[in-house]
Design a protein around this ligand. Structure first.
Ligand SMILES: Cc1ncc(C[n+]2csc(CCOP(=O)(O)OP(=O)(O)O)c2C)c(N)n1
Ligand SMILES: [Mg+2]
Length: 368
């Protein structure tokens, strides 16, 4: 039907589409044609070992918290492939911006375990991320990391560093204004920002279907003119390939990767999911475990076996236990808490610190 001169009613001017990527399925079937050529058996073993380490570290911190030896902690159990696949796809110069659950990303980027443990024991000294790791500290206010990430990405472009930013946000985080503002900014300025939506199906007790009426979380990028894809987030190879491809094209602008995964455990150590979700759902995802499919694949190919598995378990437990012992030796300087709030110390803070020192407030603590 024509409305006036040349104006058609119901003319489509935009058509959106979201592709889905899976390379290694839950039955350990590999789609060889999709496998990036640099991924050989050796590389896949490395990915598997990193996922094992992330899982073992996670279990250890959870156990320490239950013993009163660590603070409130958000476990990563079930989300190893999303974290390790994306982290291992990053180049040396690339920067990551996490939320609060991305311990596997820190580990795969080479953060000393002792430092991570220092942080999760409650000491801010533990969030001084070493320069070569190229990551930001843990960020708890949901999605507030996204505008920072877009800004850091824009800075890379402005300074012509050739580096890109990989930012992590949860399914819940995609409902926040900060998420859209960051995407919008990155889209307009063509900032080299790769956003990993770690869709673990839950935002504490709010399920994915109550988060948005949108069919995928990836498609939220489309409105900002940003390319997007949804991948099997429990398939380390799909996550790796999607991140690698997104980084390779980050010179042209941002992209969004929705990783469909599942939070197998508790939201944090202050949570009890049995109050709000069915065991049947957990059982469904248990069969899609991100480590199991890689282990079965490697075992079937003859490049992994029970001996390699148990040796790796022992070796990683040794490294984790040594890191715990060192982290527990750490003696904080209580004066540090006054030092990093402002670029200079305001007089009121100086007075409070001096008064506390004079009153011997931290008796028995080491004062530097
Ligand atoms: C701005 C803000 N609102 C609320 C909270 C409390 N809170 C902490 S985690 C969380 C849920 C986050 O869910 P999601 O983004 O899916 O990440 P996940 O915890 O599943 O990794 C909420 C509501 C917060 N930290 N920050
Ligand atoms: Mg979530």
């Amino acid at each position: 039907m024509l409305l006036g001169v040349g104006v058609r009613l119901k003319t489509s001017i935009f058509d959106g589409n979201v592709d889905y990527l899976q390379i290694l399925d839950e039955n350990s079937r590999m789609d060889e044609a999709l496998l990036p050529k640099e991924v050989d058996d050796k590389k896949l073993v490395e990915m598997y070992k990193q996922m094992m380490l992330a899982r073992a570290f996670d279990a250890k911190v959870l156990s320490l918290q239950r013993q009163g030896r660590a603070v409130t902690y958000a476990p990563l159990l079930g989300e190893e492939a999303t974290q390790i696949g994306s982290a291992l796809a990053m180049g040396e110069k690339d920067v990551f911006v996490p939320a609060f659950r991305q311990h596997g990303v820190y580990i795969a980027r080479g953060t000393p375990l002792e430092l991570l443990l220092t942080y999760w024991r409650g000491y801010e000294e533990g969030c001084m991320v070493p320069k070569n790791v190229r990551g930001m500290p843990v960020i708890v206010p949901v999605a507030t990391q996204m505008p920072h990430a877009a800004g850091i990405a824009f800075a890379q472009k402005y300074l012509k560093t050739d580096a890109a930013v990989v930012a992590y946000v949860g399914d819940g985080g995609t409902s926040e204004g900060n998420f859209y503002e960051a995407l919008n900014f990155a889209g307009v300025w063509k900032a080299p920002l790769v956003t990993i939506i770690e869709n673990n199906q839950w935002a504490i007790s709010v399920p994915r279907q109550n988060q948005t009426a949108s069919k995928t979380l990836a498609q939220k990028a489309i409105a900002a003119g940003v390319p997007c894809i949804q991948v099997d987030g429990n398939d380390v190879l799909a996550v790796y390939k999607a991140t690698r491809d997104a980084l390779a094209s980050s010179g042209d602008g941002p992209s969004v990767i929705e990783c469909v995964t599942y939070r197998m455990g508790i939201h944090t150590t202050a949570d009890d999911p049995t109050k709000y979700r069915d065991q049947a759902e957990v059982d469904y995802w248990q069969k899609r475990d991100p480590l199991l499919r890689v282990k079965n694949y490697l075992t079937h190919k003859g490049v992994w076996n029970d001996k390699a598995e148990s040796e790796t378990v022992v070796e990683q437990a040794r490294a984790i236990n040594a890191a715990v012992a060192n982290a527990e030796k750490f003696k904080p300087d209580p004066k540090e808490m006054f030092k990093h709030i402002y670029s200079f110390m305001p007089q009121t803070l100086q007075e409070e610190m001096d008064a506390a020192v004079a009153a011997n407030y931290w008796q028995g603590e080491q004062l530097g």
